[in-house]
Unconditional design. Sequence first.
Length: 551
Amino acid sequence: MKRITLIISTIFAVALFSALFTGCGNETVIINPEFDATDADYMIISKIERTDTATIVYASVYNLPNYWVYLSSKGKLRDRKGKTYKLLDCTGFQLDKEVFMPESGTVSFVLYFEPVDRNEKVVDYIDLDENNETITGIKLYEVKHTEPVRCLLKGEVIDRPQSNRLLLLKAGEDFRTAKVTYIPILDGKFEYTLHANFEEAYQLIFYDEARKAAWRPVFFIAESGTLEFTLNNENEWMHNTIKGGKHTEAYNAVMEALNEEMEPAYKTLNEKWQQLYNEKRYYTPEAGEIYKQLETLANDTTSKRYALYERISQLEKEGKMLSEEATALNKESEMIYQTVYVDKLLEYAKEHPDITGYTLLVENIRRGIEQKRRNRDVSPLLAVFHDVYEKKYPNHPYTSLIQSYVQAAAIQTGKPCPDVTARDVNTGKDVRLSELIKGKVALVHLWASWCGPCRNHGRQMIPVYEMYKDKGFTVVGIAREQKKEAMDMALEKDHYPWINLLELNDAHGIWTKFGIGNAGGGEFLVDDRGNLLAVNATPEEMKKILQELFD
């Protein structure tokens, strides 16, 4: 369920509205107005009309079919000077009522606000119920883009009546934390112009798949020109096509050739894996028993379930999660990956030192470093990066990204803790982690409101913190969120007593710098000199370390 709050004033009679909003002169129309940021991820503004008597906002709300959306009766528009404008009417939606979405998952409506002053070019939509800004920096003019890359995305969506919009974000980013653009799907079609400073990889994700936490991203490389997408239903995703774009076509051709070459070997491996799994010989007896217990606790949110996950993580660290046969198959798989996939990829990247080659390189360096449990050797990939791409593309986002991956790969006990910057929720200012933990033994607790195990770790650390906080121990929590309100609600429930910082939309790349870009959180225990004492230790393990230091 999702609540979106809006405002309505009832001081005018309904009969007066038609007189106010028809026949207005001096009209300005803005199609798909741009904005700076939004908390209203269930709402898209498609058009704004400015007249002498009203500011008319055309919008749509989205949710899964049969889920409800609530539009309340409080909120306003606000300009840069702080002046506010009341909402005079709303048509097409029942306010102050839980309205269940139809099969399309979409309801469109119109909001009639007081006329915004003509000299004002930017407004915020604010939610007075929660006393926070919902959509900020809405442009009441057509933005003139100067970015060198102008990529038109045009697409057809086949046999997906439940799909009403797409999420657009950079490849490798997590839609739960990154800045996301929402693209409406209307009558099975979508169109959006992507403006960017660099040619680089992006992904499209169906909103309904994201809501179900089971999605298949549609990968492409942004470049000037038109990309035409044909996107099928969940069972036919392998037949999706993208036409146009030399880099996207080249990337897809390379991937197709690599997959064809690896398919026979992996088909045999998959059959062996499946046989082990069916015969319950894939996991060790202890891990298998834990997974059995987890199946019975699928909807459980207590510490018992999280404790089982922690035990699984511990078994994985100790190499005791998979059976000997499964471990042998994994080693065989990695050998094939290294000797076939990586070798061919390196050959292409050397012979084609362009954005296609660079995309292949950065994607596989990221996977190799973030998927630590596979113990992949990324040194050959990094050698090509240093020899070719780092020099050719010194200012490209990929270059700084790989440099962050390299730093993250060095994270281990005895090494310095990454020094990062995050927002202090009390002052609203950015602060450096090193300044907060200088001269202290500290736990850097990375977490997110949507990460149950992360929050459970935090709750378990509260008594440990209280025990040692007066002996030179501190905790700094950093929450990875799209909205500050999500962090606030989690803190109300969990009551973390230490310093809490906020990372909005991965603005500072903190998770990447700690080598956990694809995770909700992690635990990093640091000594008083700034070196790591433990990485992702359990609360019990950290307690033992602190006992040795302070007791």
